[in-house]
Design a protein around this ligand. Structure first.
Ligand code: UDP
Length: 331
């Protein structure tokens, strides 16, 4: 039940994805709530009415708070980067407290160099709704993700070979669906695309360490980004547990031997990515998909939805004797 690759909460409003995933084991309702520590105080996240009132030491209702925040926000019509997006959404004070330091730590670069889309993942709410995600379905697999994936793979015709690199395979496949990093497939010929990797410092203690699954540390002076206390993801399983396992999460540039977690997608990488995509289009018998194959910051539900679409498209291609395309969505 420990999320060894960092906190993963299954959330979706896509009914097709939701019913698909439930074929592989019971999903238990779990509502993700996150707290943020900044400037020596604890706040509710994503930024909501409680955050705003506590941060500015005010007692405002939704309309007043909306007007208050927009009076501080910068009027930027078409935000071009993360910082502009944040300044136009919440203004400089909330940006500096909650987003600037965390983002520098998480991405290792200036928020002005990052795409605005990263911040669009988080809502700003002018009510007391503090759910981290707004999706209809939010859950954690009852038996954990390992069991869930085992159950997905437990199907006729699927053979799993672990510790076998793609490069070492020398067989003739009718078609290859490649979900590794796209730059790796081409042996980094155009250079390495930027990824962030994560290090987790595991510690165990007794009782309840922090009272919540995830607490973000937004100050830049704190070297880690968040602490995850895994037993809070499965309250049905951990009631009597005396011990607790926590991960301190550190982000850094992904080196050649590290696991790539987050595609960075800086504007200056676009040219390199375009060249890889062009090469992928010219590679017969291979389709690229998933977070690394298409070099996009995808959540689990979007990845599954795209895989289902891809599967349908493959069936259509086979039925109509058309070649299977290299990508199923524009990367
Ligand atoms: N973010 C931030 N402060 C926070 C939480 C998130 O600045 O306390 C920014 C940060 O740039 C992060 C992005 O919002 O990378 C998306 O956050 P999310 O929690 O979705 O990231 P994930 O769980 O995928 O790492």
């Amino acid at each position: 039940m420990t999320h060894v690759y960092g906190p993963h909460i299954f959330h979706t409003s896509d009914e097709r994805v939701w019913s698909f995933i439930q074929r592989f084991g019971r999903m238990r309702p779990y509502l993700h709530q996150v707290r943020a520590i900044t400037k020596n105080a604890v706040f509710s996240l994503p930024v909501n009415l409680l955050t705003i009132n506590q941060f500015f030491r005010r007692i405002m209702g939704p309309n007043e708070a909306r007007a208050f925040v927009s009076s501080r926000a910068h009027a930027i019509e078409n935000p071009q980067n993360f910082e502009e997006q944040a300044l136009s959404m919440v203004g400089p004070e909330l940006y500096a407290a909650f987003f600037r330091g965390y983002t520098r730590k998480q991405w290792g670069m200036e928020p002005t160099e990052l795409p605005a889309s990263i911040l669009k993942r988080l809502p700003v709410r002018f009510n007391y709704d503090d759910r981290y995600f707004s999706h209809t379905h939010q859950a954690i697999p009852d038996q954990g993700y390992t069991k869930m994936v085992e159950s997905i793979l437990d199907a006729p015709g699927i053979q799993v070979r672990l510790k076998t690199s793609h490069e070492s395979l020398n067989e003739n496949f009718a078609h290859v669906f490649y979900t590794g990093p796209i730059d790796r497939y081409f042996n980094f010929a155009q250079g390495r695309l930027g990824y962030r990797t994560l290090d987790f410092e595991v510690f165990r203690t007794v009782g309840d360490f922090q009272g919540a699954a995830v607490i973000n540390y937004c100050d830049e002076a704190v070297p880690f980004t968040r602490i995850t206390e895994h037993k809070h993801f499965a309250p049905w399983d951990s009631q009597d547990m005396k011990e607790t396992i926590c991960y301190r999460e550190f982000s850094r540039a992904c080196g050649p031997e590290d696991i790539p977690y987050y595609p960075i997608r800086q504007a200056r990488e676009e040219q390199m990515l375009d060249t890889y995509v062009e090469r992928a289009h010219a590679t017969k018998g291979v389709s690229f998909l998933g977070r690394l194959g298409s070099y996009r910051y995808l959540d689990m539900d979007v990845t599954i939805g795209e895989a289902l679409d891809a599967a349908q498209e493959v069936l259509n291609c086979l039925a109509q004797l058309r070649p299977i395309p290299p990508f199923f969505v524009k990367p």
